[in-house]
Design a protein around this ligand. Sequence first.
Ligand code: HEC
Ligand code: HEC
Ligand code: HEC
Ligand code: HEC
Ligand code: HEC
Ligand code: HEC
Ligand code: HEC
Length: 408
Amino acid sequence: MDTHQSTILKSFLIGAGLFFVALAIYNCKNPEIASDYLIIEPIAIHENGKAFAGSTSCIPCHTDIYNSHIGTAHFKTSALADSSKIKGNFEFGKNTFTLNDRVLFTMMATDSGFYQRANFIHNELELFNLQVDIVVGSGTKGQSYLSWEEDALFQLQTSYFTPTDRWTSSPGLKELISPRPVIARCFECHSTYAKNTTPDKKGNHFDKSQIIYGIDCERCHGASAKHVGYHIKNPDAKVSKYVIKHSALSKQQKLDACALCHSGDRKPIQPPFSFTIGDDLSKFSTSETKENNISLDVHGNQYGLLTASKCFTKSKNMDCTSCHNPHKNQRNQTSTFIQKCIQCHSKGKTVCMATKDVQRMKDNNCISCHMPLISSKSMKIQLDTMETAVKVRTHLISIYPEDTSKQP
Ligand code: HEC
Ligand code: HEC
Ligand code: HEC
Ligand code: HEC
Ligand code: HEC
Ligand code: HEC
Ligand code: HEC
């Protein structure tokens, strides 16, 4: 090797050395570039750039939570339509609904899918026959159905009301309408993610490949592909990385994580899906709720009602997880809930004032007396010609008269 070549080699080696030193310093300052995680094939990518891994990727490390979460109403609250997801009755004789004696709806299950057909009764003229593509609602109270027209999404006129096993007109639809456009707000409360492709984000156009149905892990913990990739690459790491930690949140942040969808209609400030857990919800949307307003509607506003209750205002640390385990289906687990009441109400002046005999009459069920089912003022459905209100468990924990139908 001549001196010229060796000088070139030396300067190359020095240069390369400097480059690696610089890279090391850079990596220390920017740990994410150090790539301490595997790249996971995402199932969708949020507008903020974060990648979703999907809940099946959580199974190997969070098996119990996964197995219990798939039984929740959250997980089941939206899905692609198939016979296992549609709760509505398609049996002959139970598959029709008549609107204002004028229009007959017939629900049909065929080899090519499920359809809602509408025709005038007097001349049998067909108005439309639309495919059921998406199911919204776990079916506890009922389900609504959505239909695609290219990439535009619409809500179908007939919904299913579980308590009576009947088809009804969708809430708010007393007259025949052409299918109602579905905007991103609907998905914001009923799915994990849906990418709206309308330029102002206010329309009903979506990227079908970028919708994650159901309220899944990553709705509450944030898009977690990096977390998954990190823990696969570092199987011995005991401390979690790249995931939202609920344990580190303040009381208001914890409440906001649920209030996003459980504080009734909110006025948006930012586009749907911009809020992530840990953010200050009041910067993204404002609640119509006024504090201590006991005439709040029971539908969907557990946050407004709970925060107006004495249990909440007079305790230091109460949030939704004081009574609810977000990973479990706790419907009708009355004894679990009563335990929660007793934890705070077994001593001193916070003990129930009703006589023991009165309490025993209701099996000591605190819930049925202090959180009764009350008819919703906004969630009403049309059963043939009759309007019926849906009953919802109030979160205004209080003392009620025996007959709750007289409630404001
Ligand atoms: C390869 C293993 C692995 C996979 C896959 C994985 N995690 Fe984790 N995760 C961990 C470990 C380890 C921890 C820390 C110990 C713990 O809290 O269980 C953790 C903790 C968490 C925490 C608690 C954070 C805290 O400290 O409060 C959440 C939330 C979480 N993971 C969500 C998810 C979600 C959602 C998925 C799937 C999208 C997922 N994880 C997939 C290994 C994994
Ligand atoms: C993305 C919106 C969203 C968030 C965030 C959310 N929920 Fe829900 N929640 C819903 C919807 C929608 C339903 C109704 C699901 C159905 O039956 O289809 C629901 C239902 C419930 C139910 C009734 C379950 C049942 O068995 O019927 C409980 C309890 C509940 N949520 C508690 C919580 C708590 C606690 C939090 C916060 C940790 C939370 N939710 C966060 C949207 C949300
Ligand atoms: C602000 C959040 C929010 C928005 C927006 C929203 N929902 Fe809901 N929805 C809820 C919550 C919360 C529940 C649970 C019942 C309750 O608390 O009254 C629910 C319940 C339902 C149910 C009954 C589920 C069951 O089985 O009990 C259906 C069906 C439903 N919503 C359909 C829709 C459709 C369709 C849209 C959009 C066109 C929509 N919702 C928009 C929050 C929302
Ligand atoms: C409705 C919102 C919600 C959904 C959906 C959800 N979580 Fe959670 N998760 C929470 C909250 C709230 C906490 C904090 C619980 C507490 O402090 O009691 C939590 C805690 C955790 C923790 C740490 C504490 C623990 O219980 O081990 C892990 C791990 C976790 N979640 C994983 C998951 C996985 C995996 C999924 C999906 C299979 C999931 N979560 C779905 C809200 C949710
Ligand atoms: C975190 C503690 C806590 C939990 C859990 C709790 N409460 Fe309370 N509750 C309180 C406090 C504190 C008060 C106010 C007592 C006072 O005024 O001295 C209260 C007040 C009440 C009142 C009187 C309300 C009024 O308007 O006068 C009733 C009734 C009540 N609670 C029932 C319940 C029931 C039923 C449950 C379970 C579903 C429950 N509480 C869960 C702490 C709690
Ligand atoms: C003091 C205990 C307590 C607290 C705190 C609490 N809940 Fe509940 N919640 C209950 C009980 C009890 C039920 C009835 C369960 C049943 O019907 O099986 C319930 C039911 C629900 C339902 C289903 C309502 C229906 O009629 O379908 C939703 C949704 C819900 N809670 C959301 C929330 C949210 C969101 C928060 C926080 C803002 C919250 N809860 C805080 C005790 C509580
Ligand atoms: C049969 C209905 C019924 C049942 C069951 C019941 N309560 Fe009550 N509770 C009442 C009535 C009525 C009052 C008001 C009594 C009065 O002021 O004379 C009351 C009052 C209270 C108060 C307010 C005490 C105060 O200082 O004013 C609390 C707290 C309470 N109940 C908690 C509970 C808890 C916790 C349970 C379940 C272990 C429960 N209650 C079961 C009907 C009931």
